[in-house]
Structures are given as structure tokens and as C-alpha cells.
Ligand binder design. Structure first.
Ligand code: ADP
Ligand code: MG
Length: 462
């Protein structure tokens, strides 16, 4: 039987899955105060805040839930919904609206007003990221023009470059910068109606609005924004109705001198299947190309990110990473995170040798590294058989290698817990969760385990 902590964790992962399939408004309205109350192999009890949620989940969201449960290896039948008011509720600031029919559209949800620090529901929350500010953005070649333009419009929205259109490859800071505009505007004017949305969300909300005959709400919401930020606008291409809708939104906002900020992976002229009238409007304001920053800027970014996590990054490490990870800032940050994670785990300072092993590992990581191989290498290292690892045996000298195999599947292959359980021929993924946790703890506290972990890992990458 799973513990409360397990149930919470499983449910968070389910919610994460649901959130990406729904508009933010619907997600908050119908799923915010739900929880998993119990779970067995073939049944599940879900806590819901009221009778409306219950009927909504049972009817409208049945198919979605079925899919999500299946994906998460949870039972798809034997599901009971129970009205349940959480005893300790960190999320009671705003009660869920109790109207069965109203599918509360995006309204307050993605409309960021006072920008409170407290997360709305849980960490999967979409919308403005408070860490994406101008202060946390390092300016250098490749992004300085974009930075200057963003600052200018944040200081005086709607008056200068309208729309501001930023484009460039992945991971170079487009989202960070356009969100910084939103954060800066809100810092000056907490009541400003700043709306940040990805174009996929925009499309989804529009589709929902049509389905539930809330088009006027949808239009009203977007046309009333003071600053409308749409990320990755290229995805509206080829969608006729949404382009039409956006065309009107665009005109309304421009006419009222409201700021529009757009990002895309390519310039307007290269977005195929984009209506000409939109293409020409995208060019009305300012179009800026963002490039991967140069070496020095990359070093500065690394230094800043390390400092924000209270690490001191020696210059040889910084230079090494900047030289060797040139693709984009997201990957650079990824390499840094990997390095710092190892440092935290082993309680050591970042060094060049460690950085080399991280990058080296990432580079030479055999593409074919599989769960099966992990089990084989673990078995070999501990001189037991693969069958033993996969067996239900509970002997200590079998349990350890089994846990290590699970841990490596998680850390190296990023497999989900249900998948890990499956790889080991087990049904219950909460056991996999526990095992991985146990091993993580052991790596930190038990030298023998730590050594085994490094040895096996080295063999995997040899
Ligand atoms: P894009 O939207 O262009 O794909 P993001 O804005 O998501 O890229 O940036 C990827 C990551 O890199 C983010 O974590 C972001 O904070 C970081 N990043 C990019 N450029 C900079 C910069 N100049 N200073 C600080 N962080 C940056
Ligand atoms: Mg982005």
C-alpha cells in the first residue's frame, strides 16, 4: 500500500500530465484541489473538493483521465471519486468556483496581476516565471539589441516598438527576455494586465472557447490586455481560424496602444503558412534576431547561474564549459546543472576534472545505453545473475544491485517510475520510487555504495 507521500507524488505527476492537456483556467478550476486518497493494483480513490468537480471529472474529463492514468500505469477502472477537504491545505487562498457548467476560461488564470510570489497550485504552474528578469539576464553580443529593445518597451509599453518580434534558435533566451518584459512591467505597475501565453496555449484556449461557446470571453480577455506576450508564435501558422482571431486581437491592441511582444524560431518571412496580413503586421514594429552569445557572455552566464546556487565556479571550469558547450544557453545550463548536482551529491567543489568527466560523459554517452544494459552491468559488477536482479528475491546482496539498477535507470535514462518497475518485471511503481530514494541516500552516506555506483557508471560509459 502506498504511503501518503507516495500518493502525493504520484498525483503530482498525474497533474503535471493533465495540465499540459488543458487550458490553465480549466486546470485550476477542476484539478487544483484534487488529490489521490488511495491506490491499489486495481482501484483508486480520488479526492475532489465538491460535487461539481466530481461530476466534471466523471463526465467531461473521463477520456482524458483514462489516457493519463494509462500513461502513468495507474488503474483505469475501479475509480471512485470522494468529496474530500484536505486537512492541511496550502492552496486554499482561492476556493474553486462552484458552478458546474461554467468552464472558467483563461480569465484570471493567465492574467497576471499582482504577480504574487506564492505558486498558484503546484510547481507545474504555467505562465510568468518570476526568475526570468532583466537582472538575471546576462547581456552580451548576440542578445544586446534584443535586451535593449525589451527594456525600452518595458519602461514604456505600447509606445515604441509595437509589436516587438524576437526570433532565433532554441535555448538562446527568447522566453527569458520576453518574460522579463512582463516581470518588469508588473514591478512598476502591479495592476497592469500582463498576459503571457505560448501560442500552443493560445490555440488550445481558443479551441476550448469555441467548443464551449465562450468566444466572446476569449476575445475580450486578450483584447483587454495591456501587454500581450505570445511565445513561439510560429505555431499559429497553418491554423486559419486562430490566425483570423489573432489578427483582430492584434489590431485591437495596436489601436489602443497596448504592447504586443512576440517570439519565434524564425523571422516572419520564413514562417510558412502564415497569412500575409499577419506577416506584414509582424514587421510593423521591430524585428530582432537573437544569436547564441559569444564566449565571454557564456562565461558570465555560467558564473551568474553558479553564484545563484551558492557555488563558486573556478575560471578554468567556466572556460572549459563555455568552450565545449556551444550549442545554446539551455544546454550550457544543463551541463552546469549536471556538474553542480554531482558536486552536491558528493559534497565537493566543482573542478576542471569533474567538469571534464561530466562533459566527457555527456559526449561519449553511448546512444544505445538501455535499461537492459544497466541491469547486466549491475549484475556483473556484483557477480550475481540478471535473473537474480529480476527475481522477487529479497536477499541483501541481490536487493542492493537491484536498487542500483533502478537508480541508474532514473539518473542516466530519466525513465519514469512505472517504466522502471516494468523493466524489472514489477507491477508496483511505488517500490521503484522507494528503491531509488534509498539508493540516493546510500550514495550520500555509504562509501561502499558510492564506490559501487561510480564503478558501475564508469563501466556503462566505458
Ligand atoms: P528560448 O526561449 O530562446 O528557447 P530560453 O529563454 O528558454 O530560450 O532560455 C534557455 C535557458 O537559458 C533559460 O534557463 C534562460 O534563463 C537561460 N538564458 C538564456 N540566455 C541567457 C542570458 N543571456 N542570461 C542568463 N540566462 C540566459
Ligand atoms: Mg522559448
Amino acid at each position: 500500500m502506498a504511503t501518503t507521500v507516495d500518493l502525493d507524488r504520484i498525483w503530482q505527476s498525474v497533474l503535471g500530465d493533465i495540465e499540459i492537456s488543458l487550458s490553465h483556467g480549466n486546470f485550476v478550476t477542476w484539478f487544483k484541489n484534487t488529490s489521490l486518497l488511495s491506490l491499489t493494483d486495481d482501484s483508486m480513490t480520488i479526492g475532489v473538493p465538491n460535487i461539481f468537480s466530481k461530476s466534471q471529472l466523471e463526465k467531461k474529463y473521463a477520456t482524458l483521465l483514462h489516457e493519463v492514468f494509462e500513461r502513468n500505469n495507474l488503474p483505469t477502472s475501479g475509480i471512485t471519486y470522494k468529496i474530500h477537504t484536505p486537512t492541511t491545505s496550502p492552496t486554499v487562498e482561492k476556493p474553486v468556483p462552484e458552478q458546474p457548467e461554467s468552464v472558467e476560461a483563461p480569465r484570471q488564470s493567465s492574467l497576471i496581476t499582482a504577480a504574487p510570489k506564492s505558486p498558484l497550485t503546484h510547481t507545474y504552474r504555467r505562465g510568468i516565471n518570476h526568475d526570468y528578469t532583466f537582472e538575471s539576464f546576462v547581456v552580451g553580443s548576440g542578445n544586446e539589441l534584443a535586451y535593449a529593445a525589451c527594456q525600452a518597451i518595458a519602461a514604456d509599453p505600447g509606445t515604441k516598438y509595437n509589436p516587438l518580434f524576437l526570433y532565433g534558435g532554441v535555448g538562446i533566451g527568447k522566453t527569458h527576455l520576453i518574460q522579463a518584459v512582463g516581470n518588469a512591467v508588473l514591478a512598476h505597475k502591479p495592476n497592469a494586465r500582463v498576459v503571457y501565453v505560448t501560442s500552443e496555449q493560445f490555440v488550445q484556449e481558443f479551441v476550448d472557447a469555441l467548443r464551449f461557446k465562450k468566444n466572446t470571453d476569449f476575445a475580450g480577455f486578450y483584447r483587454n490586455a495591456d501587454v500581450l506576450i505570445i511565445d513561439d508564435i510560429q505555431f499559429i501558422a497553418g491554423k486559419e481560424k486562430i490566425q483570423e482571431e489573432f489578427f483582430h486581437t492584434f489590431n485591437a491592441l495596436r489601436q489602443a496602444d497596448k504592447q504586443i511582444v512576440l517570439s519565434s524560431d524564425k523571422p516572419p518571412k520564413d514562417i510558412s503558412a502564415l497569412e500575409d496580413r499577419l506577416r506584414s503586421r509582424f514587421l510593423w514594429g521591430m524585428t530582432i534576431d537573437m544569436q547564441n552569445p559569444d564566449f565571454e557572455t557564456r562565461c558570465a552566464i555560467l558564473q551568474m547561474k553558479a553564484e545563484s546556487r551558492s557555488f563558486n565556479l573556478p575560471s578554468d571550469v567556466t572556460e572549459f564549459l563555455s568552450t565545449n558547450v556551444q550549442t545554446n544557453i539551455r544546454e550550457l545550463e544543463g551541463a552546469l546543472n549536471q556538474l553542480l548536482a554531482i558536486c552536491e551529491m558528493r559534497a565537493v567543489e566543482p573542478t576542471l576534472a569533474l567538469a571534464q568527466s561530466v562533459i566527457g560523459g555527456a559526449r561519449t554517452r553511448p546512444k544505445h545505453l538501455s535499461a537492459k544494459q544497466i541491469v547486466e552491468v549491475c549484475a556483473k559488477h556484483f557477480q550475481i545473475s540478471v535473473t537474480d536482479i529480476l527475481s522477487p528475491k529479497r536477499d541483501k546482496d541481490i536487493v542492493r544491485p537491484r536498487h542500483l539498477a533502478m537508480y541508474l535507470m532514473r539518473s542516466e535514462l530519466h525513465l519514469s517510475f512505472p517504466k522502471i518497475a516494468q523493466e524489472l518485471g514489477r507491477k508496483d511503481h511505488t517500490t521503484a520510487m522507494h528503491s531509488v530514494e534509498k539508493l540516493e541516500h546510500a550514495i550520500q552516506n555509504d562509501t561502499e555504495v558510492r564506490e559501487a555506483y561510480h564503478a558501475v557508471r564508469e563501466q556503462l560509459y566505458a
